[in-house]
Design a binder for this molecule. Structure first.
Ligand code: PPS
Ligand code: ADP
Length: 443
Protein backbone atom coordinates (compact mmCIF):
# COMPACT_ATOMS: atom_id res chain seq x y z
CA UNK A 1 0.00 0.00 0.00
CA UNK A 2 1.35 3.43 -0.85
CA UNK A 3 2.27 5.38 2.28
CA UNK A 4 -0.25 8.05 3.16
CA UNK A 5 0.82 11.54 4.16
CA UNK A 6 0.24 10.69 7.82
CA UNK A 7 2.28 7.49 7.82
CA UNK A 8 5.19 9.29 6.17
CA UNK A 9 6.05 11.21 9.34
CA UNK A 10 6.75 8.59 12.01
CA UNK A 11 9.99 10.33 13.03
CA UNK A 12 8.06 13.42 14.03
CA UNK A 13 5.35 11.62 15.97
CA UNK A 14 7.30 10.94 19.15
CA UNK A 15 8.56 14.50 19.49
CA UNK A 16 6.43 17.49 20.38
CA UNK A 17 5.32 20.07 17.85
CA UNK A 18 4.94 23.81 18.25
CA UNK A 19 3.95 26.70 16.01
CA UNK A 20 6.03 29.77 16.88
CA UNK A 21 5.23 33.39 15.99
CA UNK A 22 5.47 34.55 12.37
CA UNK A 23 8.85 36.24 12.83
CA UNK A 24 10.44 33.10 14.27
CA UNK A 25 8.88 30.98 11.54
CA UNK A 26 10.39 33.23 8.87
CA UNK A 27 13.78 33.04 10.64
CA UNK A 28 13.58 29.24 10.69
CA UNK A 29 12.67 29.13 7.00
CA UNK A 30 15.55 31.46 6.15
CA UNK A 31 17.97 29.25 8.07
CA UNK A 32 16.73 26.21 6.17
CA UNK A 33 17.64 28.00 2.96
CA UNK A 34 21.25 27.98 4.15
CA UNK A 35 21.36 31.67 4.98
CA UNK A 36 23.45 32.35 8.07
CA UNK A 37 23.95 30.42 11.27
CA UNK A 38 21.99 27.16 11.57
CA UNK A 39 21.37 28.00 15.24
CA UNK A 40 18.04 29.67 15.84
CA UNK A 41 16.16 30.60 18.95
CA UNK A 42 12.50 29.73 19.22
CA UNK A 43 10.16 31.15 21.87
CA UNK A 44 7.67 28.53 23.07
CA UNK A 45 4.93 28.32 25.68
CA UNK A 46 6.29 26.70 28.88
CA UNK A 47 4.49 23.43 28.33
CA UNK A 48 5.85 23.01 24.77
CA UNK A 49 9.35 24.01 25.96
CA UNK A 50 9.21 21.41 28.73
CA UNK A 51 8.24 18.66 26.25
CA UNK A 52 10.94 19.80 23.84
CA UNK A 53 13.64 19.68 26.54
CA UNK A 54 12.58 16.18 27.58
CA UNK A 55 12.41 14.90 23.99
CA UNK A 56 15.61 16.75 22.97
CA UNK A 57 13.90 18.31 19.99
CA UNK A 58 10.73 19.97 18.78
CA UNK A 59 9.08 19.95 15.37
CA UNK A 60 8.41 23.50 14.28
CA UNK A 61 5.10 23.68 12.42
CA UNK A 62 3.65 26.46 10.30
CA UNK A 63 0.29 28.22 10.79
CA UNK A 64 -1.50 25.33 9.14
CA UNK A 65 0.20 22.80 11.41
CA UNK A 66 2.44 21.41 8.65
CA UNK A 67 5.96 20.45 9.84
CA UNK A 68 8.65 22.91 8.70
CA UNK A 69 11.80 21.92 10.58
CA UNK A 70 13.14 20.02 13.57
CA UNK A 71 14.90 22.04 16.24
CA UNK A 72 17.51 19.98 18.12
CA UNK A 73 17.45 21.71 21.47
CA UNK A 74 20.88 22.89 22.62
CA UNK A 75 20.10 25.33 25.40
CA UNK A 76 17.47 27.23 27.28
CA UNK A 77 18.30 30.92 27.09
CA UNK A 78 15.71 32.49 29.31
CA UNK A 79 12.29 34.03 28.91
CA UNK A 80 10.80 36.56 26.54
CA UNK A 81 8.95 39.65 27.76
CA UNK A 82 5.64 37.95 27.01
CA UNK A 83 6.39 34.97 29.24
CA UNK A 84 7.61 32.41 26.70
CA UNK A 85 10.67 30.17 27.15
CA UNK A 86 13.39 30.74 24.57
CA UNK A 87 15.12 27.57 23.36
CA UNK A 88 18.05 27.54 20.97
CA UNK A 89 19.37 24.78 18.80
CA UNK A 90 20.13 23.71 15.29
CA UNK A 91 17.30 23.49 12.79
CA UNK A 92 17.14 20.70 10.27
CA UNK A 93 14.65 20.31 7.44
CA UNK A 94 11.91 17.73 7.85
CA UNK A 95 12.07 15.14 5.06
CA UNK A 96 8.35 15.37 4.44
CA UNK A 97 8.21 19.09 3.74
CA UNK A 98 5.49 19.98 1.23
CA UNK A 99 6.31 21.91 -1.93
CA UNK A 100 5.99 25.66 -1.37
CA UNK A 101 2.59 27.09 -2.20
CA UNK A 102 1.20 30.61 -2.40
CA UNK A 103 1.51 33.38 -4.96
CA UNK A 104 4.75 33.23 -6.93
CA UNK A 105 5.77 29.95 -5.29
CA UNK A 106 7.87 29.28 -8.40
CA UNK A 107 10.10 32.20 -7.42
CA UNK A 108 11.06 30.50 -4.13
CA UNK A 109 14.35 29.24 -5.49
CA UNK A 110 17.25 28.45 -3.18
CA UNK A 111 20.81 29.58 -4.00
CA UNK A 112 21.66 26.34 -5.83
CA UNK A 113 18.82 27.00 -8.29
CA UNK A 114 19.95 30.49 -9.28
CA UNK A 115 22.77 30.80 -11.75
CA UNK A 116 24.07 34.38 -11.74
CA UNK A 117 27.73 35.38 -11.46
CA UNK A 118 28.29 37.57 -8.34
CA UNK A 119 25.05 39.47 -8.75
CA UNK A 120 24.16 42.83 -7.32
CA UNK A 121 21.39 41.83 -4.93
CA UNK A 122 18.48 44.16 -4.22
CA UNK A 123 17.01 42.70 -1.02
CA UNK A 124 13.86 43.88 0.74
CA UNK A 125 10.15 43.67 1.49
CA UNK A 126 9.26 46.87 -0.40
CA UNK A 127 9.07 47.63 -4.12
CA UNK A 128 12.46 48.80 -5.41
CA UNK A 129 12.96 52.54 -4.93
CA UNK A 130 14.58 54.94 -7.40
CA UNK A 131 17.81 55.44 -5.45
CA UNK A 132 18.44 51.70 -5.36
CA UNK A 133 17.62 51.31 -9.05
CA UNK A 134 20.09 54.11 -9.83
CA UNK A 135 22.78 52.28 -7.88
CA UNK A 136 22.05 49.15 -9.91
CA UNK A 137 22.08 51.05 -13.18
CA UNK A 138 25.42 52.68 -12.31
CA UNK A 139 27.21 49.31 -12.17
CA UNK A 140 26.49 48.32 -15.74
CA UNK A 141 28.38 45.05 -16.20
CA UNK A 142 26.94 43.22 -13.16
CA UNK A 143 24.10 40.72 -13.09
CA UNK A 144 21.15 41.71 -10.91
CA UNK A 145 19.18 39.60 -8.44
CA UNK A 146 15.96 41.03 -7.00
CA UNK A 147 15.33 39.26 -3.69
CA UNK A 148 11.77 39.87 -2.53
CA UNK A 149 11.55 39.09 1.18
CA UNK A 150 8.36 37.45 2.37
CA UNK A 151 7.53 37.58 6.05
CA UNK A 152 6.00 39.72 8.77
CA UNK A 153 6.78 43.41 8.31
CA UNK A 154 7.74 45.97 10.94
CA UNK A 155 6.78 48.80 8.58
CA UNK A 156 3.53 48.22 6.67
CA UNK A 157 3.71 48.09 2.89
CA UNK A 158 2.44 46.27 -0.19
CA UNK A 159 1.70 42.55 -0.13
CA UNK A 160 4.09 39.98 -1.59
CA UNK A 161 2.28 39.40 -4.91
CA UNK A 162 2.38 43.10 -5.77
CA UNK A 163 6.04 43.50 -4.75
CA UNK A 164 7.02 40.36 -6.68
CA UNK A 165 5.11 41.50 -9.76
CA UNK A 166 6.82 44.89 -9.71
CA UNK A 167 10.21 43.14 -9.38
CA UNK A 168 9.38 40.95 -12.39
CA UNK A 169 8.50 44.03 -14.43
CA UNK A 170 11.80 45.65 -13.45
CA UNK A 171 13.59 42.41 -14.34
CA UNK A 172 12.06 42.56 -17.81
CA UNK A 173 13.10 46.20 -18.16
CA UNK A 174 16.71 45.39 -17.19
CA UNK A 175 16.80 42.35 -19.45
CA UNK A 176 15.56 44.48 -22.34
CA UNK A 177 18.58 46.69 -21.66
CA UNK A 178 20.90 43.69 -21.93
CA UNK A 179 21.40 42.93 -18.20
CA UNK A 180 21.26 39.45 -16.71
CA UNK A 181 18.57 39.58 -14.07
CA UNK A 182 16.53 37.18 -11.92
CA UNK A 183 13.88 37.46 -9.20
CA UNK A 184 13.65 35.19 -6.14
CA UNK A 185 11.32 35.18 -3.15
CA UNK A 186 12.98 34.43 0.18
CA UNK A 187 11.28 34.00 3.57
CA UNK A 188 12.53 36.57 6.09
CA UNK A 189 11.06 38.91 8.66
CA UNK A 190 11.46 42.68 8.57
CA UNK A 191 12.68 44.04 11.90
CA UNK A 192 12.58 47.77 11.18
CA UNK A 193 16.08 48.27 12.60
CA UNK A 194 19.75 47.67 11.77
CA UNK A 195 19.18 43.90 11.64
CA UNK A 196 17.52 44.41 8.25
CA UNK A 197 20.74 45.48 6.52
CA UNK A 198 22.73 42.66 8.17
CA UNK A 199 20.10 40.24 6.95
CA UNK A 200 20.23 41.73 3.44
CA UNK A 201 24.02 41.21 3.37
CA UNK A 202 23.64 37.59 4.49
CA UNK A 203 20.96 36.85 1.92
CA UNK A 204 23.00 38.47 -0.84
CA UNK A 205 26.08 36.46 0.17
CA UNK A 206 24.07 33.21 0.21
CA UNK A 207 23.25 33.83 -3.47
CA UNK A 208 26.92 34.57 -4.18
CA UNK A 209 26.44 38.31 -4.54
CA UNK A 210 26.65 41.62 -2.73
CA UNK A 211 23.78 43.73 -1.45
CA UNK A 212 23.23 47.02 -3.25
CA UNK A 213 23.59 50.08 -1.08
CA UNK A 214 22.01 53.24 -2.52
CA UNK A 215 23.87 56.52 -2.06
CA UNK A 216 20.83 58.24 -0.62
CA UNK A 217 17.81 56.93 1.26
CA UNK A 218 14.48 56.80 -0.52
CA UNK A 219 12.25 59.70 0.56
CA UNK A 220 9.67 57.75 2.59
CA UNK A 221 7.88 60.92 3.67
CA UNK A 222 7.33 62.03 0.07
CA UNK A 223 6.06 58.56 -0.78
CA UNK A 224 3.68 58.63 2.18
CA UNK A 225 2.33 62.07 1.23
CA UNK A 226 1.67 60.84 -2.30
CA UNK A 227 -0.02 57.69 -1.01
CA UNK A 228 -2.24 59.79 1.25
CA UNK A 229 -3.24 61.95 -1.72
CA UNK A 230 -1.53 65.01 -0.22
CA UNK A 231 1.24 65.48 -2.81
CA UNK A 232 2.24 64.63 -6.36
CA UNK A 233 4.14 61.44 -7.02
CA UNK A 234 7.75 61.73 -5.89
CA UNK A 235 10.17 61.79 -8.82
CA UNK A 236 12.47 59.11 -7.44
CA UNK A 237 10.31 55.98 -7.76
CA UNK A 238 10.22 53.64 -10.75
CA UNK A 239 6.78 53.34 -12.33
CA UNK A 240 6.76 49.60 -11.63
CA UNK A 241 6.98 50.34 -7.89
CA UNK A 242 4.29 53.03 -7.90
CA UNK A 243 1.73 50.51 -9.04
CA UNK A 244 2.50 48.18 -6.13
CA UNK A 245 2.34 50.99 -3.58
CA UNK A 246 -0.94 52.36 -4.96
CA UNK A 247 -2.61 48.96 -5.07
CA UNK A 248 -1.73 48.62 -1.39
CA UNK A 249 -3.00 52.09 -0.49
CA UNK A 250 -5.54 53.58 -2.92
CA UNK A 251 -6.65 57.22 -2.80
CA UNK A 252 -9.31 57.93 -0.13
CA UNK A 253 -12.29 57.51 -2.52
CA UNK A 254 -11.32 53.86 -3.06
CA UNK A 255 -9.35 53.15 0.10
CA UNK A 256 -10.80 50.80 2.70
CA UNK A 257 -11.48 51.96 6.22
CA UNK A 258 -12.65 50.55 9.51
CA UNK A 259 -14.95 52.74 11.59
CA UNK A 260 -14.77 51.41 15.13
CA UNK A 261 -17.52 52.82 17.35
CA UNK A 262 -16.52 52.29 20.98
CA UNK A 263 -18.43 53.20 24.14
CA UNK A 264 -20.48 51.92 27.04
CA UNK A 265 -23.48 49.64 26.61
CA UNK A 266 -26.45 51.84 25.73
CA UNK A 267 -24.29 54.76 24.61
CA UNK A 268 -25.80 54.62 21.12
CA UNK A 269 -23.08 52.78 19.17
CA UNK A 270 -25.44 50.41 17.36
CA UNK A 271 -28.03 53.06 16.64
CA UNK A 272 -25.56 55.54 15.13
CA UNK A 273 -23.46 52.86 13.40
CA UNK A 274 -26.59 51.49 11.74
CA UNK A 275 -27.71 54.94 10.63
CA UNK A 276 -24.26 55.63 9.16
CA UNK A 277 -24.17 52.25 7.38
CA UNK A 278 -27.65 52.70 5.95
CA UNK A 279 -26.81 56.14 4.60
CA UNK A 280 -23.56 54.94 2.98
CA UNK A 281 -25.52 52.11 1.37
CA UNK A 282 -28.07 54.63 0.07
CA UNK A 283 -25.33 56.81 -1.40
CA UNK A 284 -24.09 53.78 -3.32
CA UNK A 285 -20.48 54.78 -3.99
CA UNK A 286 -18.88 52.50 -1.36
CA UNK A 287 -19.23 48.90 -0.25
CA UNK A 288 -20.17 48.87 3.42
CA UNK A 289 -20.57 46.14 6.05
CA UNK A 290 -21.90 46.54 9.59
CA UNK A 291 -20.38 44.35 12.30
CA UNK A 292 -22.64 45.14 15.23
CA UNK A 293 -21.52 44.10 18.73
CA UNK A 294 -24.65 42.16 19.64
CA UNK A 295 -24.93 40.50 16.24
CA UNK A 296 -21.27 39.43 16.23
CA UNK A 297 -21.73 37.88 19.65
CA UNK A 298 -24.52 35.71 18.31
CA UNK A 299 -22.45 34.32 15.41
CA UNK A 300 -18.73 35.09 14.98
CA UNK A 301 -18.14 35.20 18.75
CA UNK A 302 -20.85 32.81 19.94
CA UNK A 303 -19.83 31.18 23.22
CA UNK A 304 -17.52 33.94 24.38
CA UNK A 305 -18.17 35.69 27.70
CA UNK A 306 -17.08 39.01 29.16
CA UNK A 307 -13.75 38.24 30.85
CA UNK A 308 -10.89 40.38 29.60
CA UNK A 309 -9.54 37.44 27.57
CA UNK A 310 -12.93 36.76 25.94
CA UNK A 311 -13.53 40.44 25.16
CA UNK A 312 -10.06 40.62 23.57
CA UNK A 313 -10.80 37.55 21.49
CA UNK A 314 -14.12 39.06 20.42
CA UNK A 315 -12.54 42.36 19.37
CA UNK A 316 -9.68 40.62 17.59
CA UNK A 317 -12.15 38.54 15.57
CA UNK A 318 -14.12 41.65 14.65
CA UNK A 319 -10.82 43.38 13.84
CA UNK A 320 -9.65 40.52 11.66
CA UNK A 321 -12.83 40.47 9.59
CA UNK A 322 -13.00 44.28 9.41
CA UNK A 323 -9.34 44.51 8.35
CA UNK A 324 -9.99 42.02 5.53
CA UNK A 325 -12.99 44.04 4.33
CA UNK A 326 -10.91 47.24 4.43
CA UNK A 327 -7.91 45.62 2.73
CA UNK A 328 -10.19 44.95 -0.22
CA UNK A 329 -11.35 48.55 -0.34
CA UNK A 330 -14.58 48.24 1.67
CA UNK A 331 -15.85 50.20 4.64
CA UNK A 332 -16.37 48.12 7.79
CA UNK A 333 -18.49 49.72 10.49
CA UNK A 334 -18.06 48.01 13.87
CA UNK A 335 -19.93 48.74 17.10
CA UNK A 336 -18.60 46.69 20.03
CA UNK A 337 -17.88 48.18 23.47
CA UNK A 338 -14.13 47.50 22.87
CA UNK A 339 -13.22 48.70 26.37
CA UNK A 340 -9.45 48.12 26.26
CA UNK A 341 -7.01 50.54 24.59
CA UNK A 342 -4.38 47.88 23.85
CA UNK A 343 -6.91 45.74 21.97
CA UNK A 344 -8.18 48.72 19.96
CA UNK A 345 -4.54 49.46 19.10
CA UNK A 346 -4.01 45.91 17.82
CA UNK A 347 -7.01 46.33 15.53
CA UNK A 348 -5.55 49.62 14.28
CA UNK A 349 -2.31 47.86 13.41
CA UNK A 350 -4.10 45.00 11.61
CA UNK A 351 -6.07 47.52 9.53
CA UNK A 352 -3.09 49.74 8.71
CA UNK A 353 -0.99 46.73 7.68
CA UNK A 354 -3.46 46.35 4.80
CA UNK A 355 -2.96 49.96 3.66
CA UNK A 356 -6.42 50.93 4.96
CA UNK A 357 -7.40 53.49 7.60
CA UNK A 358 -8.62 52.94 11.12
CA UNK A 359 -11.07 55.56 12.41
CA UNK A 360 -12.00 55.47 16.08
CA UNK A 361 -15.33 57.00 17.04
CA UNK A 362 -15.85 57.31 20.76
CA UNK A 363 -19.54 57.35 21.64
CA UNK A 364 -18.96 59.18 24.89
CA UNK A 365 -22.50 59.26 26.26
CA UNK A 366 -22.14 59.53 30.07
CA UNK A 367 -22.70 56.42 32.15
CA UNK A 368 -25.62 58.08 33.95
CA UNK A 369 -27.47 58.54 30.63
CA UNK A 370 -26.69 54.97 29.47
CA UNK A 371 -27.98 53.70 32.79
CA UNK A 372 -31.08 55.86 32.56
CA UNK A 373 -31.82 54.43 29.10
CA UNK A 374 -31.13 50.86 30.29
CA UNK A 375 -32.84 49.53 27.20
CA UNK A 376 -32.17 45.90 28.03
CA UNK A 377 -32.43 46.18 31.83
CA UNK A 378 -28.80 45.07 32.09
CA UNK A 379 -27.57 48.00 34.24
CA UNK A 380 -30.24 47.29 36.87
CA UNK A 381 -29.19 43.66 36.94
CA UNK A 382 -25.50 44.59 37.06
CA UNK A 383 -26.15 47.00 39.98
CA UNK A 384 -28.01 44.19 41.73
CA UNK A 385 -24.90 42.03 41.32
CA UNK A 386 -26.61 39.62 38.92
CA UNK A 387 -24.18 40.29 36.02
CA UNK A 388 -20.48 40.16 36.94
CA UNK A 389 -17.87 42.12 34.93
CA UNK A 390 -20.35 44.62 33.55
CA UNK A 391 -18.63 47.47 31.69
CA UNK A 392 -18.82 50.76 33.59
CA UNK A 393 -20.12 49.05 36.75
CA UNK A 394 -17.80 46.19 37.62
CA UNK A 395 -15.47 46.05 34.61
CA UNK A 396 -13.34 48.94 33.31
CA UNK A 397 -13.85 51.10 30.22
CA UNK A 398 -10.58 52.71 29.13
CA UNK A 399 -11.53 56.09 27.63
CA UNK A 400 -9.74 56.57 24.28
CA UNK A 401 -7.27 59.44 23.96
CA UNK A 402 -6.82 58.80 20.22
CA UNK A 403 -10.41 59.10 18.96
CA UNK A 404 -10.93 60.66 15.53
CA UNK A 405 -14.40 61.74 16.63
CA UNK A 406 -16.19 61.99 19.97
CA UNK A 407 -20.00 61.87 20.04
CA UNK A 408 -22.17 62.34 23.12
CA UNK A 409 -25.63 61.12 22.16
CA UNK A 410 -27.17 62.68 25.27
CA UNK A 411 -26.54 66.05 23.61
CA UNK A 412 -27.32 65.38 19.91
CA UNK A 413 -29.92 63.51 17.87
CA UNK A 414 -29.23 60.27 16.01
CA UNK A 415 -29.44 62.17 12.71
CA UNK A 416 -26.88 64.76 13.86
CA UNK A 417 -24.55 62.04 15.11
CA UNK A 418 -24.92 60.22 11.78
CA UNK A 419 -24.24 63.37 9.76
CA UNK A 420 -21.19 64.26 11.86
CA UNK A 421 -19.67 60.91 10.93
CA UNK A 422 -20.65 61.27 7.27
CA UNK A 423 -19.21 64.81 7.17
CA UNK A 424 -15.92 63.46 8.50
CA UNK A 425 -15.84 60.81 5.76
CA UNK A 426 -16.80 63.30 3.06
CA UNK A 427 -14.20 65.89 4.11
CA UNK A 428 -11.50 63.22 3.90
CA UNK A 429 -12.58 62.34 0.34
CA UNK A 430 -13.90 58.89 1.33
CA UNK A 431 -17.48 59.66 0.26
CA UNK A 432 -18.73 61.74 -2.62
CA UNK A 433 -20.67 64.37 -0.66
CA UNK A 434 -23.46 62.84 1.36
CA UNK A 435 -25.48 66.06 1.52
CA UNK A 436 -25.59 66.56 -2.25
CA UNK A 437 -29.08 65.83 -3.52
CA UNK A 438 -30.00 64.47 -0.06
CA UNK A 439 -32.05 61.73 -1.66
CA UNK A 440 -33.12 59.82 1.42
CA UNK A 441 -36.46 58.70 0.04
CA UNK A 442 -38.40 60.88 2.49
CA UNK A 443 -41.53 62.57 1.17
N1 PPS B 1 -20.81 41.90 31.42
C1 PPS B 1 -21.18 42.61 30.35
N2 PPS B 1 -20.54 43.76 30.06
C2 PPS B 1 -20.91 44.46 28.98
N3 PPS B 1 -21.89 44.11 28.14
C3 PPS B 1 -22.55 42.96 28.38
C4 PPS B 1 -22.23 42.18 29.49
N4 PPS B 1 -23.04 41.09 29.50
C5 PPS B 1 -23.84 41.20 28.42
N5 PPS B 1 -23.56 42.32 27.74
C6 PPS B 1 -24.21 42.70 26.48
O1 PPS B 1 -23.22 42.47 25.46
C7 PPS B 1 -23.03 43.63 24.69
C8 PPS B 1 -21.54 43.99 24.62
O2 PPS B 1 -20.89 43.10 23.82
P1 PPS B 1 -19.60 43.58 23.06
O3 PPS B 1 -19.23 42.46 22.19
O4 PPS B 1 -19.84 44.88 22.43
O5 PPS B 1 -18.56 43.76 24.28
S1 PPS B 1 -16.98 43.77 24.22
O6 PPS B 1 -16.58 44.73 23.18
O7 PPS B 1 -16.51 42.43 23.90
O8 PPS B 1 -16.51 44.21 25.53
C9 PPS B 1 -23.74 44.75 25.32
O9 PPS B 1 -24.48 45.26 24.25
P2 PPS B 1 -24.51 46.82 23.84
O10 PPS B 1 -25.51 47.36 24.76
O11 PPS B 1 -24.96 46.81 22.42
O12 PPS B 1 -23.16 47.43 23.99
C10 PPS B 1 -24.63 44.12 26.37
O13 PPS B 1 -25.94 44.07 25.90
N1 ADP C 1 -29.01 60.64 20.12
C1 ADP C 1 -29.07 59.31 20.23
N2 ADP C 1 -28.19 58.54 19.58
C2 ADP C 1 -28.22 57.19 19.71
N3 ADP C 1 -29.09 56.52 20.48
C3 ADP C 1 -30.00 57.25 21.16
C4 ADP C 1 -30.02 58.66 21.07
N4 ADP C 1 -31.00 59.12 21.85
C5 ADP C 1 -31.58 58.02 22.41
N5 ADP C 1 -30.99 56.90 21.99
C6 ADP C 1 -31.39 55.53 22.39
O1 ADP C 1 -30.34 54.97 23.15
C7 ADP C 1 -30.30 53.57 22.94
C8 ADP C 1 -28.90 53.24 22.50
O2 ADP C 1 -28.81 51.83 22.34
P1 ADP C 1 -27.78 51.18 21.37
O3 ADP C 1 -27.66 51.95 20.11
O4 ADP C 1 -28.12 49.73 21.30
O5 ADP C 1 -26.42 51.41 22.19
P2 ADP C 1 -25.15 50.49 22.27
O6 ADP C 1 -25.02 49.81 20.96
O7 ADP C 1 -24.05 51.48 22.53
O8 ADP C 1 -25.39 49.58 23.40
C9 ADP C 1 -31.35 53.25 21.88
O9 ADP C 1 -32.51 52.82 22.51
C10 ADP C 1 -31.58 54.59 21.22
O10 ADP C 1 -32.87 54.70 20.68
Amino acid sequence: MAPSRLTRVPDTQSIPTSTPDETTLAEVELTLLGVGDPHVSVPLPDEDAEHARTAGSVVVTDREGAPVATLRVAADIGRTSDGLTRLTGIVEPVPTRDQPTGPYAALRRDPAEVDLPEPLAVVGHDPVDGATLEAVTAQAGRAVLFVVLDGPRAVPGPALPDVARSALRLRDRLRAGGRRCEVVVVPAPQYGDERDSTLADRVAAAYGGTAVVAERDADRDALRRWLDGAADAPADQPEESFDAWRRWRPLPAGRGAVLLFTGLSGSGKSTVARAVTDRIAELGDREVTLLDGDVVRRNLSAGLGFSRADRDRNIERIGFVAAEIARHGGLAVCAPIAPFAATRERVRQMVEAGGADFLLIHVATPLAECERRDRKGLYARARAGEIPDFTGISSPYETPDDADLVLDTSAITVEDARDTVLDMLTRAGRLAGHRDGDDDGAA
